[in-house]
Design a protein around this ligand. Structure first.
Ligand SMILES: Nc1ncnc2c1ncn2[C@@H]1O[C@H](COP(=O)(O)OP(=O)(O)OP(=O)(O)O)[C@@H](O)[C@H]1O
Length: 320
C-alpha cells in the first residue's frame, strides 16, 4: 500500500509548487494511473515514491513506513521502474539488461538465468531467440516489453511505470496494454502508472488520479465512478465528450447477462472477452443487430445492439 500524505514539491528557483498537497492512498495490488495535462506533475509525483525526487513537504508511506526509512538506493532496488525512453543499455544483451537488478542483488548465475527466461516468456519473447540479442536488434514494441521485464526482474511488490507504452504505434500499444493486464492478473503488483492518455488510464487503472495544472488532485476514483459522474468541469472536459462509449469499454461481453442463443445462423461471432465497445462496433460494422457470443466452451448466448443500448440508457451494467 502506498499512501501520500499532503505531499508537495517546489523545485529550486521556482515560486509555484509542481505538486501541491497530494493526499491519496493506493491499495495493495492495484493499478493507480496518474493522468492529466502536460506539466501537471505526474512524473514528479511518481518519482517521489522511489525518491528519485525528494518532496519539499509531506510524506509517502509504503506499507505504513515512511519511504525515508531506508536509503534511496535500497528503496530503488526494491521498486521496479519502467520508463518510456526504455533506457536499455545498448551494449548489453537482452538477458544482461533484464538481469540488472538481480545482478546488483548478487543472485546466483543459475537463478538469474532462469528468472530471465521466465520473464522473457511472460512478456511474450521466446527466450532462445531473444536472450542473446542486443537492444538495437529488437523492434520498439519488443524493447518496451524488455523494459517491463527488467522492471519486474527482482519481483518487486511495487512497480512505477512512466508512459512505458508511449513510443509505439497504436496497435502495438493496445497489445502491450492487454498483455500487461493479463500479467497483472497473475502477479498483482501495486502499480503507479503515468500517462497523458485518458483512454489508457481508463483501460488500465483500478483507480485514476487526475491531476490539474499546478499539481493539485482534481479527482481520485475508479474509472466507472469518474465516467458516470465526472463531478467537475475540468474532469468532464479532460475525459472528453464520449463518456458513454468509454464506459462501454470498461465492461466485457462475458460480464453481462446474455440473451439465450436461438440457433440463428449467419450472425457475427462475438468473443466473450471483447469489450462492449468493441462488440458494438463489430455489430455496427457488420450491419447486424445481434451477434452470437462465444467463449472457450463454445456458444455462450447472444447479444444485441438494443440490449447494449438499454444497459447504458439505464446505467445498469454489472460493474455499477
Ligand atoms: N527538475 C526540475 N526543475 C524545475 N522544474 C521542474 C523540474 N522537473 C519538472 N519541473 C516542472 O514541474 C512541473 C511538473 O513537471 P512534471 O514533469 O512532473 O509534469 P508531467 O505532468 O509529468 O508532465 P509531462 O506530461 O509533460 O511529462 C512542470 O511545470 C515542470 O516544468
Amino acid at each position: 500500500m502506498i499512501e501520500f500524505r499532503e505531499v508537495s514539491k517546489v523545485y529550486p528557483d521556482s515560486d509555484a509548487p509542481a505538486v501541491r498537497e497530494l493526499s491519496f492512498t493506493i491499495p495493495d495490488g492495484e493499478i493507480c494511473v496518474l493522468v492529466g495535462p502536460s506539466g501537471c506533475g505526474k512524473t514528479t509525483t511518481m518519482r517521489m515514491v522511489n525518491r528519485l525526487i525528494e518532496p519539499s513537504s509531506g510524506e509517502i508511506l509504503i506499507d505504513g513506513e515512511p519511504n525515508t526509512a531506508m536509503s534511496g538506493t535500497e528503496l530503488r532496488r526494491s521498486i521496479g521502474y519502467a520508463i518510456q525512453q526504455i533506457g536499455l543499455f545498448p551494449h548489453r544483451t537482452i538477458a544482461e539488461n533484464i538481469a540488472t537488478v538481480p545482478a546488483l542483488l548478487n543472485w546466483s548465475r543459475d537463478r538469474i538465468r532462469s528468472r530471465v527466461d521466465e520473464l522473457l516468456e511472460l512478456v511474450g519473447l521466446e527466450p532462445d531467440r531473444y536472450r542473446d540479442r542486443y537492444p538495437a536488434e529488437l523492434s520498439g514494441g519488443q524493447q518496451q516489453r524488455v523494459g517491463v521485464a527488467r522492471a519486474m526482474a527482482a519481483d518487486p511488490p511495487i512497480m512505477l511505470m512512466d508512459e512505458p507504452f508511449g513510443a509505439v504505434d497504436p496497435i502495438t500499444r493496445e497489445r502491450l496494454q492487454d498483455e500487461f493486464l493479463n500479467i497483472q492478473q497473475n502477479i498483482r503488483k501495486t502499480v503507479v502508472f503515468v500517462t497523458h492518455d485518458i483512454d489508457e488510464a481508463i483501460k488500465l487503472g483500478d483507480r485514476i488520479a487526475i491531476l490539474e495544472q499546478g499539481g493539485t488532485l482534481a479527482r481520485y476514483d475508479t474509472p466507472e465512478n469518474i465516467l458516470s459522474e465526472p463531478g467537475s468541469e475540468f474532469v468532464a472536459s479532460f475525459i472528453g465528450g464520449d463518456r458513454v462509449l468509454k464506459r462501454l469499454s470498461l465492461t466485457r461481453v462475458g460480464e453481462v447477462e446474455l440473451e439465450p442463443p436461438n440457433g440463428e445462423k449467419d450472425l457475427p461471432r462475438i468473443d466473450e472477452r471483447m469489450t462492449l465497445r468493441d462488440a458494438l462496433s463489430e455489430l455496427l460494422g457488420r450491419g447486424a443487430g445481434k451477434g452470437v457470443v462465444t467463449g472457450d466452451g463454445g456458444v455462450r448466448g447472444a447479444i444485441s445492439i438494443d440490449a447494449i443500448r438499454e444497459m447504458f440508457r439505464t446505467g445498469e451494467t454489472p460493474r455499477d
